[in-house]
Design a binder for this molecule. Structure first.
Ligand code: FDA
Length: 508
């Protein structure tokens, strides 16, 4: 209506009054609007004609543009969503049920690697693949422990933890952040020193969207050997998958920190007639050579029956390509030039602290065989993850955790009309798994954002009690400290979303 467009006019005037150089802006009337909106939108579930769209997309070119965006949005009471890589599983970085704008950081993607000091400054709009690429261009023996998927954005990813194949050796991405630059709710730029201990703690795992806009991160690079070794082996039920999965649960979290064996569970044809069976796939990366890995596997997990030919040596950066499904003989340039894959999917997570016995695994197989499109992946913990205290960062899933479960269901665009069917499948699977996973709270991974765990009825205005329902799952006992920090740094609850950290009004 007329009043809202006047309102938007005042907002636009504020933007130009507050910056010397103009901030690129896209309104729905702009011919590039849809292209920009869809460029990093990873989930096709939130790309329909009925999905709420922003009335404006701002694409800052400088830190001061981000400050201006915050100052003017706050002044005019405009809801903002911040987007870095757009991989949020619930689309929280680009949808809202109230009128909103997107502050999209894709232009802020500078990466400065200092090989001598083994550190880098990375802007939030970069992807993890661009980070790996830039490090690998400068050194064959440095790397960084972050996402397996190389199109994930740094901004959201580091905010929620972030893990990949070096998790057991070096912890999460957030564990390796040593400084940051953030625009706070007053539009001020703060660094580690000026933001204070509480806020610097909160942004390393407390989830994106609650505390401010992190513009850049200083990360500690980690040592990788010139040669790493990988293997991938699959076993069906007839080939002993059940006892191997049982053994994996006991072994994987105790193996040397350099060794990460991920386990995928899905279905495959058992007979030419199309009868189905379960297939367990063990994908592994070892920070060392094949000879050493072979010795370890023979001593610790001989049941897997690996032979010399199963081990492949390559550089760390080639393993990055491999695990993201890119042929390892490709030029690593693909990490900076790849279009973002988009899909229809739903993901959920769980943590396991007690080995699931074979007889229970058999029941789980039956469930998977009934809901054919929903698969599971088990990610081993232990190693470095057990050495970091639960309170050191907001990410609380540490000592005592054997592994994380990822549930995932994908469907095709032809199946979009029956999306509900797949959303129900994964919910059923999650219910079914209740006896085998953590309880009170049933833990979940903040970067696998899942609105089934609860959300505010009206965007971003949850009470402490409402938010504690999902907040304790993502953060356990750290939730209260996150609420405390939030109350101090953003008392007006300017940065908010469907599952953001609430204020406690007695603290503001
Ligand atoms: P996006 O831009 O959508 O932001 C996510 C959240 O953070 C939103 O709430 C957003 O507002 C907020 N935010 C974004 N930028 C911010 C900033 N600069 N400051 C403050 N808040 C900000 N995870 C993992 O640990 N390991 C993995 O291997 C993978 N793999 C993977 C594959 C695929 C295909 C997907 C879709 C997702 C993953 N993930 C993952 C999950 C991923 O870590 C998670 O979705 C991250 O939050 C994505 O960060 P983006 O910046 O891309 O998301």
């Amino acid at each position: 209506g007329a009043s809202s467009s006047t309102h938007h006019g005042d907002f636009l005037k504020c933007l130009s009054d507050h910056s010397n150089t103009s901030i690129p802006i896209y309104t729905p009337q702009n011919s590039k609007y849809s292209f920009i909106l869809q460029s990093t939108l990873a989930s096709l579930r939130f790309n329909t004609s009925t999905t709420p769209k922003p009335f404006l997309i701002l694409t800052p070119l400088t830190e001061s543009h981000v400050q201006t965006a915050v100052v003017c949005s706050k002044k005019h009471g405009i809801q903002i969503k911040v987007r870095s890589g757009g991989h949020d599983f619930e689309g929280l970085s680009y949808i809202s049920d109230v009128p909103f704008i997107i502050v999209d950081l894709f232009n802020l993607k500078k990466i400065d690697v200092d090989v001598n000091s083994k550190v880098a400054w990375v802007q939030s709009g970069a992807t993890t693949g661009e980070v790996y690429y830039t490090i690998a261009k400068k050194s064959k023996t440095l790397g960084f422990p972050a996402a397996i998927c190389t199109t994930v954005g740094v901004g959201g990813h580091f905010s929620g933890g972030g893990y990949g194949f070096m998790l057991r050796k070096y912890g999460t991405a957030a564990d390796n952040v040593i400084d940051a630059r953030i625009v706070d709710a007053h539009g001020k730029i703060l660094n580690r020193k000026s933001m204070g201990k509480g806020l610097f703690w909160a942004i390393r795992g407390g989830g994106g969207g609650s505390f401010g806009i992190v513009i850049s991160w200083k990360i500690k690079l980690v040592t990788v050997p010139p040669v790493v070794t990988v293997f991938s082996v699959s076993k069906t039920l007839a080939e002993g998958a059940t006892s191997l999965v049982h053994k994996w649960q006991q072994a994987a979290h105790k193996l040397p920190h350099e060794l990460f064996i991920m386990l995928g569970l899905g279905i495959v044809d058992a007979t030419p007639k199309g009868e189905k069976t379960i297939i367990a796939t063990f994908d592994s990366m070892y920070l060392g050579d094949a000879k050493k890995l072979q010795t370890i596997m023979q001593a610790r997990f001989p049941e897997l029956g690996l032979e010399s030919k199963d081990y492949t040596e390559m550089s760390w950066i080639q393993s990055v390509l491999l695990f993201d499904g890119i042929p390892t003989n490709s030029s690593i340039d693909v990490l900076v030039s790849r279009p973002q894959p988009k899909s229809l999917a739903k993901v959920k997570s769980d943590y396991v602290k007690q080995v699931i016995p074979p007889i229970e695994l058999e029941n789980i197989w039956k469930r998977i065989l009934k809901d054919e499109q929903t698969g599971m992946m088990f990610m081993p913990y232990g190693g470095k993850m057990s050495e970091i205290a639960e309170t050191e960062t907001p990410f609380p899933h540490r000592n005592g955790t054997l592994f994380k479960i990822i549930y995932l269901v994908y469907w095709t665009e032809e199946q979009v009309g029956i999306s509900k069917k797949y959303l129900n499948q994964i919910k059923r699977m999650y219910e079914f798994m209740t006896p085998y996973v953590t309880k009170s709270p049933r833990e979940a991974y903040a970067n696998y954002r899942d609105l089934d765990l609860g959300q505010t009825s009206k965007n971003g205005t949850a009470s402490y009690a409402q938010a504690k329902v999902w907040g304790s799952k993502y953060f356990k006992g750290n939730f209260d400290k996150l609420v405390y920090v939030k109350s101090k740094v953003d008392p007006d609850n300017f940065f908010r979303n469907e599952q953001s950290i609430p204020r406690d009004s007695s603290l503001t």
